[in-house]
Design a protein around this ligand. Structure first.
Ligand SMILES: C=C(O[C@@H]1C=C(C(=O)O)C=C[C@H]1O)C(=O)O
Length: 98
Protein backbone atom coordinates (compact mmCIF):
# COMPACT_ATOMS: atom_id res chain seq x y z
CA UNK A 1 0.00 0.00 0.00
CA UNK A 2 1.26 3.52 -0.83
CA UNK A 3 1.60 6.05 1.99
CA UNK A 4 -1.43 7.92 0.59
CA UNK A 5 -3.57 4.77 0.48
CA UNK A 6 -2.48 3.80 3.99
CA UNK A 7 -3.40 7.27 5.29
CA UNK A 8 -6.79 7.09 3.53
CA UNK A 9 -7.42 3.68 5.14
CA UNK A 10 -6.58 5.15 8.54
CA UNK A 11 -8.95 8.10 8.05
CA UNK A 12 -11.71 5.74 6.83
CA UNK A 13 -11.25 3.55 9.92
CA UNK A 14 -11.47 6.63 12.18
CA UNK A 15 -14.69 7.79 10.51
CA UNK A 16 -16.17 4.30 10.79
CA UNK A 17 -15.29 4.11 14.48
CA UNK A 18 -17.14 7.43 15.00
CA UNK A 19 -20.10 6.18 12.95
CA UNK A 20 -20.28 3.00 15.08
CA UNK A 21 -20.20 5.03 18.30
CA UNK A 22 -22.94 7.35 17.03
CA UNK A 23 -25.08 4.41 15.86
CA UNK A 24 -24.87 2.99 19.39
CA UNK A 25 -25.93 6.38 20.81
CA UNK A 26 -28.89 6.45 18.38
CA UNK A 27 -30.01 2.95 19.38
CA UNK A 28 -29.76 3.64 23.12
CA UNK A 29 -31.46 7.04 22.68
CA UNK A 30 -34.31 5.51 20.70
CA UNK A 31 -34.73 2.71 23.25
CA UNK A 32 -34.92 5.33 26.01
CA UNK A 33 -37.49 7.32 24.00
CA UNK A 34 -39.62 4.18 23.50
CA UNK A 35 -39.54 3.49 27.25
CA UNK A 36 -41.19 6.88 27.84
CA UNK A 37 -43.69 6.49 25.00
CA UNK A 38 -44.66 3.03 26.30
CA UNK A 39 -45.45 4.65 29.67
CA UNK A 40 -47.48 7.30 27.84
CA UNK A 41 -49.32 4.46 26.06
CA UNK A 42 -50.22 2.83 29.38
CA UNK A 43 -51.44 6.19 30.76
CA UNK A 44 -53.54 6.82 27.65
CA UNK A 45 -55.09 3.35 27.75
CA UNK A 46 -55.85 3.68 31.47
CA UNK A 47 -57.49 7.09 31.10
CA UNK A 48 -59.18 6.37 27.80
CA UNK A 49 -57.21 8.99 25.86
CA UNK A 50 -56.72 8.74 22.07
CA UNK A 51 -53.49 7.02 20.89
CA UNK A 52 -52.39 9.95 18.73
CA UNK A 53 -52.18 13.67 19.47
CA UNK A 54 -51.85 15.60 16.18
CA UNK A 55 -51.55 19.01 17.94
CA UNK A 56 -48.56 17.78 19.99
CA UNK A 57 -47.01 16.26 16.83
CA UNK A 58 -47.31 19.58 15.01
CA UNK A 59 -45.37 21.31 17.81
CA UNK A 60 -42.72 18.58 17.77
CA UNK A 61 -42.29 18.81 13.97
CA UNK A 62 -41.85 22.60 14.15
CA UNK A 63 -39.32 22.23 16.97
CA UNK A 64 -37.41 19.52 15.13
CA UNK A 65 -37.34 21.62 11.99
CA UNK A 66 -35.71 24.47 13.89
CA UNK A 67 -33.27 22.13 15.69
CA UNK A 68 -32.32 20.47 12.39
CA UNK A 69 -31.59 23.81 10.77
CA UNK A 70 -29.22 24.83 13.56
CA UNK A 71 -27.61 21.38 13.61
CA UNK A 72 -27.04 21.33 9.83
CA UNK A 73 -29.36 18.36 9.28
CA UNK A 74 -31.83 18.25 6.38
CA UNK A 75 -35.14 19.29 8.06
CA UNK A 76 -37.18 17.20 5.61
CA UNK A 77 -35.18 14.12 6.59
CA UNK A 78 -35.62 14.92 10.30
CA UNK A 79 -39.36 15.35 9.74
CA UNK A 80 -39.81 12.03 7.96
CA UNK A 81 -37.67 10.29 10.59
CA UNK A 82 -39.82 11.70 13.43
CA UNK A 83 -43.01 10.79 11.58
CA UNK A 84 -41.67 7.26 11.10
CA UNK A 85 -40.92 6.96 14.84
CA UNK A 86 -44.28 8.47 15.86
CA UNK A 87 -46.12 6.05 13.57
CA UNK A 88 -44.50 3.15 15.42
CA UNK A 89 -45.34 4.73 18.80
CA UNK A 90 -49.00 5.10 17.81
CA UNK A 91 -49.05 1.46 16.65
CA UNK A 92 -47.85 0.49 20.16
CA UNK A 93 -50.46 2.75 21.80
CA UNK A 94 -53.24 1.14 19.77
CA UNK A 95 -52.06 -2.26 21.01
CA UNK A 96 -52.32 -1.06 24.64
CA UNK A 97 -55.94 -0.09 23.95
CA UNK A 98 -56.96 -3.49 22.56
C1 LIG B 1 -46.10 9.99 22.99
C2 LIG B 1 -47.31 10.49 22.68
O1 LIG B 1 -48.18 9.85 21.78
C3 LIG B 1 -48.07 10.00 20.37
C4 LIG B 1 -46.66 9.87 19.96
C5 LIG B 1 -45.84 10.96 19.94
C6 LIG B 1 -44.35 10.81 19.91
O2 LIG B 1 -43.87 9.70 19.65
O3 LIG B 1 -43.65 11.81 20.16
C7 LIG B 1 -46.40 12.25 19.98
C8 LIG B 1 -47.73 12.44 20.02
C9 LIG B 1 -48.71 11.33 19.98
O4 LIG B 1 -49.30 11.26 18.70
C10 LIG B 1 -47.84 11.71 23.31
O5 LIG B 1 -49.05 11.98 23.17
O6 LIG B 1 -47.06 12.45 23.94
Amino acid sequence: MTTDAARAAEILADHRASIDRLDAILVYTLAERFKHTQEVGVLKATHDLPPSDPAREEIQIARLESLSKSAGLDPEFAKSFLNFVIEEVIRHHKKHKS
